[in-house]
Design a protein. Structure first.
Length: 297
């Protein structure tokens, strides 16, 4: 790997982390104004597909899967398409924004290391394992109030469990993106466009409240969730995986909870408890240790 490629991979990881950090706040805001997970999911993929469609029509053969192929493209769409979005946004209806940005990014490298070991037998280095262990400890402390169902967090444990599932799905996506060595843009485009027909099922079986919301709120969700999260962040993450490898790319996310904590305090007036602050600090420390450590022992 050249120095330029390494730094470009780091930049992609940083930008992804920032977009993800604010996404939790935008998703939580949607739930607070009575939009539903289905609303956000539909807005996300319709807007993302609209942005990517011209490029796909021009460059992807066969349309819309390109070199990824139909089976792999559908696999990606099922992993990071509407199901992923529904789970993520549903979690935001139960738990504060900060929970999403602590639990999911924190557990993605843990699940990635575990899956790599189970599939290839490749064991993470000792310091990386220590970092991952610190992450798990920090998440346990962070989630104490939610698991105890304290008055301020009565249903947050439900959201926390959904965020764990989100981390598992994303870890699988990261490993497959690296293993198949396909274009980041093709992965992003195919998964977004193939998600559109799946939205029909979403609209038929889940509640839709878009008609009640102001147009400005719908536009915010479409642009942020669809263009920034659905296109830009997905592409940047896939590029980071290409240049750094799945294990190291997933570990460059300690800025996610910091960005979320700041944005949720400023925009939603959601302030973390003392226990959550301690847990967040431990998780970020674990991520930094793991990122700076060798990927294998």
């Amino acid at each position: 790997m050249t120095s330029r490629a390494r730094w470009l991979g780091i930049l992609c990881g940083l930008l992804t982390a920032m977009i993800w950090g604010v996404q939790s706040v935008v998703s939580r805001h949607a739930m607070l104004i009575d939009l539903t997970p289905a609303d956000v999911t539909i807005l996300r993929f319709v807007s993302a597909a609209a942005v990517l469609l011209p490029w796909a029509l021009r460059h992807m053969r066969p349309f819309p899967v390109g070199s990824l192929g139909w089976p792999r493209a559908w696999g990606m769409a099922l992993l990071i398409g509407p199901l992923y979005s529904l789970i993520l946004v549903a979690g935001a209806s139960f738990a504060p924004a900060l929970h999403s940005s602590i639990i999911s990014p924190g557990l993605i490298p843990v699940f990635t290391a575990l899956l790599i070991f189970l599939v290839t037998g490749e064991r993470a280095g000792r310091m990386r394992l220590i970092g991952l262990g610190i992450i798990v400890l920090g998440i346990g402390i962070f989630s104490r109030d939610a698991l105890a169902m304290t008055p301020s967090r009565p249903d947050a444990w439900i959201g926390d469990l959904l965020f764990v599932l989100v981390a598992f799905l994303w870890a699988i996506f990261g490993l497959l993106a690296r293993r198949w060595s396909v274009s980041s843009l093709e992965v992003t485009t195919a998964s977004c466009i193939l998600s559109v027909p799946l939205l029909v099922i979403v609209a038929l079986v889940l509640p839709i409240h878009m008609a009640r919301a102001p147009f400005a709120e719908l536009l915010l969700q479409a642009l942020y969730q669809g263009v920034l999260v659905g296109v830009v962040a997905l592409y940047l993450y896939a590029r980071s995986v290409e240049m750094l490898g799945a294990a190291r790319a997933t570990l460059f996310l300690p800025l996610v909870p910091i960005a979320t904590a700041a944005a949720s305090a400023l925009l939603l007036t959601e302030l973390p408890s003392t226990t959550e602050l301690i847990g967040m600090a431990i998780v970020v420390t674990g991520m930094l240790i793991a990122f700076r450590s060798p990927s294998v022992g």
